[in-house]
Design a protein. Structure first.
Length: 280
């Protein structure tokens, strides 16, 4: 009886694992095979789960005669700039909030947390007016500034936990040797938070790379427009046609860099996500 229950539980467990994997991977798989099909093959009553016939027509439509290449560079510049600035400012803020002592520290943490509670639509109008007034509307700098509204609080909150988990003896030893707080941060604390920096930076980059609402509102031309709104503006042969093949191809193109980043830094990501205590 016990053996039967054991195999039943194991079978249900593997069945659940298969369901989760298929549920998660199948949408991306369908996008990939759809991107290699001709437009006529996307609307057949009996769709194939293989790219038959195989064609690169959709990828040619994405890159030939459009500004999609420039949109990719815009996304890389804006997401990378927002991530870099968020890490620099987030490290300084997280070190102060996690290691230094000053009276309003908890209040500052709650203020940072409250910044993440507002939906984007709630601050959209105010940011629109602000960017227009300071001359940053439809610019890369304006998008970077708006993206930091959600990347910076996230970075601060995650890194505060990493700095709090570091042994205080390391910091005290640095102070005994005559190091200043800035030297202690750069030479002692920062190298120990490598996995945390990689994990936080990658998650912030993905959030900025996929952002749609700010990019749609604060850009009006392909010179600055990033990938998500650019895909939304794809047009077909007629005003009423939705080019699903081109949309699928563009979605695959913008997803591949994120997959590559996760595969390259997977060990550091796992280490960063599982780091909770440091043995002294």
């Amino acid at each position: 009886m016990k053996r039967t229950l054991f195999w039943l539980n194991r079978g249900l467990f593997y069945l659940l694992v298969v369901f989760v994997v298929v549920y998660s991977v199948f949408p991306f798989y369908w996008a990939v095979i759809s991107s290699f099909k001709p437009s006529s093959g996307l609307f057949t009553p009996d769709p194939s789960f293989l790219p038959i016939p195989f064609t690169l027509e959709q990828y040619r439509n994405v890159f030939v005669g459009t500004a999609f290449g420039r949109n990719l560079l815009n996304s890389l510049l804006v997401a990378g700039g927002a991530t870099l600035l968020s890490l620099v400012l987030g490290v300084l803020a997280a070190y102060a909030l996690g290691r230094l002592r000053f009276p309003p520290k908890n209040a500052v943490l709650y203020i940072v947390l409250s910044m993440t509670m507002f939906p984007q639509i709630a601050v959209l109008g105010g940011f629109f007016v602000l960017l227009r007034q300071v001359g940053l509307f439809n610019t890369h700098a304006g998008l970077i500034l708006s993206y930091m509204l959600f990347t910076l609080p996230f970075t601060v909150w995650v890194l505060v936990g990493y700095f709090r988990g570091l042994p205080r003896e390391l910091e005290e030893a640095a102070y005994v040797d005559g190091a200043t707080p800035v030297q202690t941060l750069l030479r002692v604390m920062l190298p120990l938070t490598g996995p945390g920096l990689v994990t936080t930076g990658l998650l912030a980059f993905i959030a900025a790379w996929n952002e749609f609402l700010f990019a749609l509102t604060f850009t009006v031309s392909d010179v600055v427009r990033t990938v998500p709104p650019a895909i939304a503006f794809f047009g077909g042969a007629t005003p009423y046609e939705i080019p699903w093949g081109s949309i699928m191809a563009a979605s695959v193109v913008v997803t591949v860099p994120l997959v590559v980043l996760v595969l390259v830094f997977q060990q550091r990501i796992v280490a960063g996500l599982t780091a909770g205590a440091v043995k002294g």
